[in-house]
Design a binder for this molecule. Structure first.
Ligand SMILES: *Cc1c(COP(=O)(O)O)cnc(C)c1O
Length: 405
C-alpha cells in the first residue's frame, strides 16, 4: 500500500475530476475541491488495529491524507489531542455524558495547526515556494510557523482587530505580514491581487486549496478512534469558514465507507455567535447557502466569517445528519469560558465556549436528550485570548493582609 491513497480531486459542486499532482485552487465552478482516495484499497490493506499501533499524531491516518512521501511531512507534533470527560459541567447542564476534544493542546494553540501541517506539507511537496492567506489570526499564525519549518515564505494579511498574539506569531516566524483596516474578506481581496503578481506563491485562503480540509478532518478520525471506533450522538463545532465541520463530516463518511465504523452519523451542530451568524440564518430559512452577514462582530474572533466559500457544504452536513445551527451571545460565551475553567479546570477559547452555551440551550430546549453522548470541539486554548476574561480582584498594599478565612 502506498503512503497515500490519494487518487484525484473533485469539484464539490459538479463532481468534475481534477489532477491532484498539480497545484490547484478552486474548481472551474469556483467551488472548493475535495480530495478523493482509493478507499476500497485502504479497506483491503489497512486495519484499525494497525492504525492504533502508530505514533500518536494525525499522520497515523497517512493513507487518507494527501502527502505522497513520508519525507515531505512538515510536522510540529500535531494531533491526537485528548478527548476529555467533563462530568461536572455535564451535570450542571443536565447531560449524562459530555466530552471535549481539546485542540488547545496542538502546536500554535489552535486546531489550525492541523490544516497548516497537511496544507504546508503538500504545497511543499508540489513545489510551492510561498503560501499566502487572509486570516482572522489563528490560521495565519499556524501557516506562518509551519511555512517557516518547511523553509517556505509566507504572506499574511489580517484585520487590525485580530488577536495581537497571532500578529506576534506571524512576525516571529519571519512572515511578510500586513494588517488591514477591515474584515477577513477585505484581506482576502488584497491577498488574491498580490498572488496574481507573484511567481511560486499559492493562495491558500480557506477552501481555496484542497488540503487544509484534509488536515482538519483528522479531528473526526480521532474522535471515532478515541471512542473505540464508535460515533457519538452529537458533535458541536464553532463554525466560521466551516472547514472543521466539513472536515469532520467528510471523515465520518470516509470511515463508514472504509467499514471502520457503522451506524447513523452524529447530528452535527454548527455553532456561531449572534454577532456573526450567516449559517444559522440560512438554516432557519431552510436555505442551502448563506447570505453575507452584515456588520459582523464578535469576541469569538475565529468565527467572524460573514460569508464562507464552503457555506453550502456546512449546511449539507448539518441537514444530512439531522443536526442544527444555533447562535449564542458574546455575553453568554464569555461567561461559559469562566464556568468551564471553574468546573473542570480547562481554560478554553471563546469559540469553544460558544459550543458549551449551545449545548446548554439545546438541552434546555429538549433538542439534546439527557442520555445523548455529546462531543464539543474546543478549537483552541484560552491562553491565546488573554484579554477576554475580565479580572476584578483586590490589590493589596505591600504591608497589607490577606483576609482570614
Ligand atoms: C478558525 C477558528 C474557528 C473556525 O474554524 P472553521 O473550521 O474555519 O469554521 C473556530 N475556532 C477557532 C479558535 C479558530 O481559530
Amino acid at each position: 500500500m502506498a503512503f497515500s491513497a490519494l487518487t484525484h480531486l473533485e469539484c464539490s459542486r459538479t463532481g468534475e475530476r481534477y489532477d491532484a499532482e498539480k497545484v490547484q485552487g478552486t474548481s472551474a465552478a469556483g467551488a472548493p475541491l475535495l480530495a478523493r482516495y482509493d478507499l476500497e484499497r485502504v479497506r483491503e490493506t489497512v486495519t484499525r488495529e494497525e492504525i492504533a499501533s502508530r505514533a500518536p499524531d494525525l499522520w497515523r491516518y497517512h493513507e487518507l491524507l494527501p502527502v505522497r512521501a513520508e519525507e515531505n511531512i512538515v510536522s510540529l507534533g500535531e494531533g491526537m489531542t485528548p478527548l476529555l470527560n467533563l462530568p461536572n459541567y455535564a451535570k450542571q447542564i443536565g447531560l449524562s455524558r459530555l466530552l471535549m476534544k481539546d485542540e488547545g493542546l496542538v502546536p500554535t494553540g489552535t486546531f489550525k495547526a492541523r490544516g497548516a501541517a497537511v496544507g504546508v506539507s503538500r504545497a511543499s511537496e508540489l513545489g510551492v515556494r510561498g503560501v499566502a492567506m487572509p486570516t482572522n489570526g489563528n490560521a495565519g499564525a499556524a501557516w506562518a510557523l509551519y511555512a517557516a519549518r518547511a523553509g517556505m515564505a509566507s504572506l499574511i494579511a489580517m484585520p487590525v482587530d485580530a488577536p495581537a498574539i497571532t500578529r506576534a506569531e506571524c512576525h516571529a516566524a519571519g512572515s511578510e505580514l500586513y494588517l488591514v483596516d477591515g474584515l477577513i474578506g477585505d484581506a482576502g481581496k488584497l491577498i488574491g491581487a498580490a498572488v496574481a503578481e507573484r511567481d511560486g506563491y499559492q493562495d491558500v485562503s480557506t477552501l481555496k486549496e484542497p488540503y487544509r480540509l484534509e488536515g482538519k478532518k483528522t479531528m473526526g478520525y480521532e474522535i471515532v478512534e478515541q471512542l473505540g471506533w464508535r460515533m457519538p450522538d452529537v458533535i458541536l463545532y464553532p463554525t466560521g469558514g466551516g472547514v472543521g465541520i466539513i472536515g469532520i463530516y467528510k471523515a465520518l463518511r470516509e470511515m463508514v465507507e472504509l467499514g471502520w465504523v457503522t451506524g447513523p452519523l452524529p447530528r452535527l451542530v454548527a455553532v456561531q455567535a449572534t454577532g456573526c451568524a450567516p449559517i444559522v440564518e440560512a438554516f432557519k430559512n431552510g436555505a442551502r447557502e448563506s447570505e453575507p452577514f452584515p456588520d459582523a462582530k464578535t469576541v469569538a474572533f475565529g468565527i467572524t466569517v460573514p460569508k464562507a466559500l464552503g457555506d453550502f457544504l456546512v449546511l449539507e452536513g448539518v441537514y444530512d445528519t439531522g443536526g442544527t445551527a444555533i447562535a449564542v451571545t458574546d455575553e453568554d460565551l464569555l461567561a461559559a469560558q469562566v464556568e468551564l475553567a471553574t468546573a473542570e479546570g480547562t481554560f478554553i477559547c471563546p469559540e469553544g465556549a460558544a459550543c458549551f452555551v449551545a449545548a446548554k440551550q439545546l438541552r434546555e430546549a429538549g433538542w439534546l436528550g439527557e442520555d445523548d453522548e455529546v462531543v464539543v470541539l474546543n478549537t483552541g486554548t484560552g491562553v491565546k485570548y488573554p484579554e477576554t476574561v475580565a479580572v476584578d480582584v483586590p490589590t493589596l498594599a505591600k504591608d497589607g493582609r490577606i483576609p482570614a478565612r
